[in-house]
Design a protein around this ligand. Structure first.
Ligand code: GUN
Length: 287
């Protein structure tokens, strides 16, 4: 039987409706809109698309957005100065520096410079540490969005084996922490894992967050498993560029119980969660 398709666009739209209501309440109470500031360095085409989508969705939910575009050659010092100014700006609730940054800039240093209470990406070590300690403040948006999708299928994760493929600080690690907090039994697999296929085959919930096109094949998926595809890979499909995930969708469709498409699965959920985090930040700052 074909898998249920987990529609991140529809679920993201439902979350955005709730966010828009929270924005209205915030405006009534504080006389201003929550404000997200996005910093984009350089001309990376994918980053430009992501930033454009984030700004558009801010507009749709009533969140004020501001954008700072810096040239690819901007010095680390100048970027850090901008972040410090945004940290001190009373009317800025959330700060997001779009990744990846150019090689001459130390991304870890930049992320740590963002005030933890404005870190709506949840990448600051304080926020990562809080999540790892089971006391989350801002949770990274992609894993938070993936959890919403998983809960569409599984109300309760107790007794389920979740396998996260990928150990990045942006997705893999926080994803594992969230699954643990939800009482799943969690395995993190990565490039040095000995037998990836048998590890994946044991998963009731399989999260692919590697960044390699179609690395998860049909033969790696237990029948009926829930498969969450975090990958967004641009491939040259006979000259016409196309987005594919880390999961071989057509193959896995015949094995999984539920699956997220690419695009239209995790991607729209990431932005919905960014907007939720921004309203959370605004409310926390005004408390
Ligand atoms: N680049 C790819 N995904 C993300 C994300 O979630 N946040 C930021 N800041 N940059 C990204």
């Amino acid at each position: 039987m074909a898998a249920t398709i987990l529609d991140g666009k529809a679920l993201g739209a439902r979350i955005d409706e709730r966010t828009a209501q929270r924005v209205t309440t915030f405006v009534d109470e504080h006389g201003r809109r929550p404000c997200l500031t996005v910093v984009l360095v350089g001309e990376d085409p994918a980053s430009q698309v992501y930033v454009r989508n984030k700004i558009r969705r801010c507009g749709q939910t009533g969140i004020e957005s501001r954008e700072h575009r810096l040239g690819v050659d901007v010095g680390e010092d100048e970027l850090l100065r901008l972040i410090r100014a945004l940290n001190h700006a009373d009317d800025v609730d959330g700060i997001l520096v779009q990744l990846p940054l150019p090689d001459h800039i130390d991304a870890a240093l930049v992320l740590e410079a963002i005030a933890a209470e404005k870190d709506v990406d949840g990448f600051h070590p304080d926020n990562a540490g809080r999540l790892a300690s089971g006391m989350p403040r801002f949770v990274p948006c992609t894993p938070r969005g993936a959890m919403h999708l998983i809960h569409e299928v599984h109300e309760n994760l107790q007794g389920l084996h979740a396998v996260v493929v990928g150990r990045s600080t942006i997705v893999g690690r926080p994803m594992a922490q969230l699954l643990l907090m939800a009482d799943a039994t969690v395995t993190i697999a990565h490039s040095k894992t000995k037998d990836l296929t048998s590890t994946c085959l044991d998963a009731d919930i399989l999260i692919a967050a590697v960044g390699r096109p179609k690395i998860i094949s049909g033969g790696m998926v237990k029948p009926g498993a829930t498969v969450i595809d975090v990958g967004i890979n641009r491939i040259d499909d006979g000259g016409k560029g196309r987005l594919v995930g880390d999961v071989d969708y057509d193959q896995v469709m015949g094995h999984a119980g539920a699956i997220t498409p690419v695009p239209g699965g995790v991607g729209p959920m990431t932005i919905a969660c960014l907007l939720e985090n921004t309203v959370d930040a605004a409310i926390m700052r005004m408390a």
